[in-house]
Design a protein around this ligand. Structure first.
Ligand code: DGY
Length: 321
């Protein structure tokens, strides 16, 4: 039987060429749309391997339709879109693409930190709309960054890369996590309980995976703990924040602003968010650079081909399979 692979969405090279080198029959969906679950189920049936994206909902029904498949190689570091427990039960390996998008995502986190504090997009709109009245001592004042306290929620690779950049801004750094992070400690960061981080930070930046523990970690209560002069930054996953509560907080000025790259129900936003001028809103661009997406594509394809060769894929998230 020829080895069959399905690639769920258009992806950049070199992933497709690498996959073509390890499978006889590759079907690549080149339509720029996310397949609804029913269509995805039909496409994965009889496949030996699937290369999927974070916008594909790989639930238990999709995995059951793919019974006998060896691997779902997710082209993302986050894999909350895949029901990993169901995959494990069905003997299907799941892989992700850690590491290769760390620097790009940290750069974008900093774009949001500087952009929201210094009102970059609002300023750009002033110029384009001919509203710049000339320099004024009270005109478009923002928040300081240098020397202010950065709070990192979740001490993973991306948080460390964000902290490395914060050293140049002479920022005291706080973090929360299950256990101390030697990498963050080496940068002078201090591990503190969540509530202390929320009440002491000028920038609260989210870097946790999405799971049952982190869903709505930043809710109305957490937002109330933040300083009225503080900013919330999210380049992790939208549902970590209760977006309706955030809109309330932004409207009421309970926090100074938010820089968001991810949303609770992408591609939609909570009602009212678009009208908040104290929010800087990007469309999930954390890893969106040419080189980063190529590296993610390569890594996902190499994971997939390793599984087809009967090897253990390097980035297996369910080793118990
Ligand atoms: C990921 O890989 O999880 C990122 O969100 C992609 O930008």
């Amino acid at each position: 039987m020829p080895v069959r692979v399905f690639i769920t969405q258009p992806i950049p090279e070199p992933g497709p060429s690498i996959v073509a080198g390890c499978a006889e029959r590759v079907e690549h969906n080149r339509e720029d749309r996310v397949l609804p679950v029913e269509e995805l189920r039909a496409k994965v049936e009889g496949c030996d391997a699937v290369l999927c994206l974070l916008t594909d909902r790989v639930d238990a029904s999709v995995l059951e339709a793919a019974k006998g498949c060896r691997i779902f190689a997710n082209m993302a570091v986050g894999y909350n879109n895949v029901d990993v427990a169901a995959a494990t039960r069905l003997g299907i390996m799941v892989t992700n693409t850690p590491g290769v998008l760390t620097e790009a995502t940290a750069d974008l986190t900093w774009t949001l930190i500087l952009g929201i504090a210094r009102r970059v997009v609002e300023g750009d709109q002033e110029m384009r709309n001919g509203r710049f009245p000339g320099w004024g001592p009270l005109y478009m004042l923002g928040g300081d960054v240098t020397g202010r306290t950065l709070g990192l929620i979740g001490p993973g690779r991306i948080a460390v890369a964000v902290a490395e950049r914060a050293v140049g801004f002479r920022m005291p750094i706080l973090y929360t996590g299950r256990r101390p992070s030697p990498a963050l400690d080496a940068l002078g960061a201090r591990m503190v309980p969540l509530d202390e981080l929320l009440s002491s930070s000028d920038f609260v930046s989210l870097h946790t995976p999405l799971n049952a523990e982190t869903r709505h970690l930043i809710d109305a209560r957490a937002l109330t703990l933040m300083k009225p002069t503080a900013y919330l930054i999210n380049t992790a996953r939208g549902p970590v924040v209760d977006e309706a509560a955030l809109v309330d907080a932004l409207r009421a000025g309970r926090i100074a602003g938010a820089g968001l790259d991810v949303y609770e129900d992408e591609p939609r936003m909570a009602p009212g968010l678009a009208e908040c001028s104290n929010a800087l809103l990007l469309p999930h661009l954390g890893s969106a650079t040419h080189a980063t997406r190529a590296a993610m594509s390569r890594m996902a394809a190499e994971n997939l081909c390793a599984a087809l060769r009967g090897q253990r894929p390097p980035n297996l998230v369910n080793p118990e399979v």
